[in-house]
Unconditional design. Structure first.
Length: 287
């Protein structure tokens, strides 16, 4: 269905610079790879679902979801992770306490991810699931923002979070395995429900992203049996670099925005995007 959804596929192939001419089964162009990398960097740490946006963007541009494209989408996340790791590098060198708390939060995700990996990849990575998840997640963000406005934390630093609370935030993170849910949204909501204020919940979400995304990305790459051409390696490197730069900018702006305005705007954005895409797909099917 996706291959027939959008005329943009034809336009993208004309506007993009296809560097896979020798192997036509790889349909991603240089232009498309740059767009996907920008989307990844801008959305990875925002509560709006980077995976969901990449799936919708790929559908809109008519990108064929072959093995290289799937690997590309995973690999460029490493660039975004590096941005967070460098941004919070001092926090990681304060002591071992933060590592223990992140481990407690990571354990549920690791277990559920290993058990449900094939099902999630096989059945949930489609635009309809993404759109519905965006809408539902948006409603929850709007509701949770009302709770955050008046909520204060008893913790001096995010490292002081209890192991129990860290573990429960990890359980919330498991919900993000459904595309469109958003890992950032799930962990921020989990943090708020476990007594963190919005700044602490956001920071813990960022820190937890490092082990979670490294493990998920590494596992995906290990399962990939692709051997890359020189052109594909260039795309991977370029995409990671773009994701790094855009993620750094997005996180800086996000922290300031959340401090002043909260999460409501992101909730409405998710709802509008999900509805628009469902309407567009429904109209295309009728056509």
């Amino acid at each position: 269905m996706i291959s027939n959804l959008f005329l943009l596929k034809k336009l993208g192939s004309q506007a993009g610079i296809c560097i896979f001419a020798r192997k036509p089964r790889f349909l991603m162009t240089l232009f498309q790879s740059i767009i996907i990398a920008i989307i990844e960097g801008l959305t990875e740490f925002l509560p709006i679902s980077s995976t969901g946006h990449m799936i919708l963007a790929s559908a809109a541009m008519g990108i064929h979801e072959d093995e290289f494209v799937k690997t590309f989408e995973v690999f460029i996340q490493l660039g975004a992770i590096l941005a967070i790791a460098l941004m919070y590098i001092k926090r990681f060198f304060r002591g071992l306490k933060i590592y223990y708390k992140l481990l407690a939060a990571f354990i549920p995700t690791a277990i559920v991810g290993l058990l449900a990996y094939d099902f999630i990849k096989g059945y949930l990575f489609n635009p309809v699931v993404v759109s519905v998840s965006l809408i539902l997640g948006g409603v929850i963000l709007i509701l949770i923002d009302k709770k955050v406005v008046s909520q204060t934390s008893d913790l001096a630093e995010v490292e002081d979070i209890s192991y129990r609370s860290a573990f429960f935030i990890g359980l919330f993170q498991c919900l993000a395995m459904v595309p469109g849910t958003s890992r950032a949204a799930a962990t921020i909501i989990g943090g708020v429900f476990n007594g963190l204020d919005k700044k602490q919940a956001t920071e813990f979400s960022f820190l937890l992203a490092v082990p979670t995304m490294m493990a998920a990305g590494g596992y995906d790459l290990l399962k990939s049996e692709l051997t890359f051409t020189q052109e594909q390696i260039i795309l991977l490197a370029l995409g990671s670099g773009i994701a790094f730069i855009t993620a750094w900018i997005a996180v800086k702006l996000f922290l300031k925005f959340v401090s002043n305005h909260g999460f409501t705007a992101f909730g409405w954005y998710r709802i509008v995007l999900g509805i628009l895409f469902l309407i567009f797909m429904w109209g295309t099917d009728l056509g």
